[in-house]
Design a protein around this ligand. Structure first.
Ligand SMILES: Cc1cc2nc3c(=O)[nH]c(=O)nc-3n(C[C@H](O)[C@H](O)[C@H](O)COP(=O)(O)O)c2cc1C
Length: 212
């Protein structure tokens, strides 16, 4: 078994998958590992939906491509057909994966609402409070997703954390029949890697770390 450092350093985003199924039991194990992540006030403000149904994945793919083209058309920037075609591929490769996990965020609940109430009394709304606190709700989702990616990698599968599909977040929520209070955050296609990723260049430690 690899140690944690080896596992974390060898994980890479994988964007092409072999055409082989992943049993639901294994997907459940990934989710069980994901939810050990820390979350603000232990609110566990996440929901996961695993999608294998090709017709549902096609609907999501269409919604994302449609939104992307809407945004590009509205920008009035001239773009070559080649650019648009390659951008379409980059936002929609998830639909070819044997399984895609959609991640949603629910409201963060507090151990003690007093401080929250004090902020509200000073004019902060829920979104303003999250901004002031450096987005603990989204950070919690990030922690769970990273756990999930490592659990996937440990079992020899590959995945890619995708946020660009969030341009069609509301459409995706409706396609998946997820309640309105849940906000779509990410898609994570998972499958057996169909290629070996290139080496990753990391920033120098001096650039990103200081000890005082
Ligand atoms: C929050 C977040 C959002 C991302 N969104 C996308 C995405 O929409 N599409 C994509 O292809 N990759 C996406 N990625 C993957 C990054 O491109 C990738 O992690 C980065 O290039 C480093 O490569 P590595 O994951 O192989 O280490 C995302 C990664 C993170 C952390």
């Amino acid at each position: 078994m690899r140690n944690f450092s080896e596992l974390a350093s060898s994980r890479r985003s994988i964007r092409k998958y072999e055409d082989k199924d992943i049993p639901l039991g294994e997907i459940e194990e990934f989710i069980k590992t994901a939810v050990y992540a820390p979350s603000g006030c232990n609110s566990q403000c996440w929901k996961f939906v695993a999608i294998k149904d090709r017709s549902v994945l096609n609907k999501i793919e269409n919604a994302v491509i449609c939104k992307m083209n809407e945004f590009l058309a509205a920008s009035r920037i001239h773009l070559s057909e080649q650019y648009t075609a390659s951008k379409e591929k980059m936002v929609s490769f998830f639909s070819k994966a044997p399984v895609v996990i959609a991640v949603f965020m629910t409201d963060l609940t507090y151990y003690d609402p007093t401080f929250n109430d004090a902020l509200k009394a000073q004019g902060y709304d829920d979104e303003g409070i999250m901004k002031l606190l450096a987005y603990p709700d989204i950070l919690s989702i990030g922690a769970a997703v990273q756990n999930l990616l490592l659990a996937v990698h440990e079992k020899g599968y590959g995945a890619c954390w995708m946020n660009e599909p969030a341009i069609a977040g509301e459409e995706i929520r409706k396609i998946l029949n997820v309640p309105e209070g849940c906000k779509f955050i990410s898609l994570i296609p998972v499958g057996i890697p169909a290629y070996t990723p290139r080496d990753k260049k990391l920033k120098d430690l001096n650039e990103i770390f200081t000890a005082i």
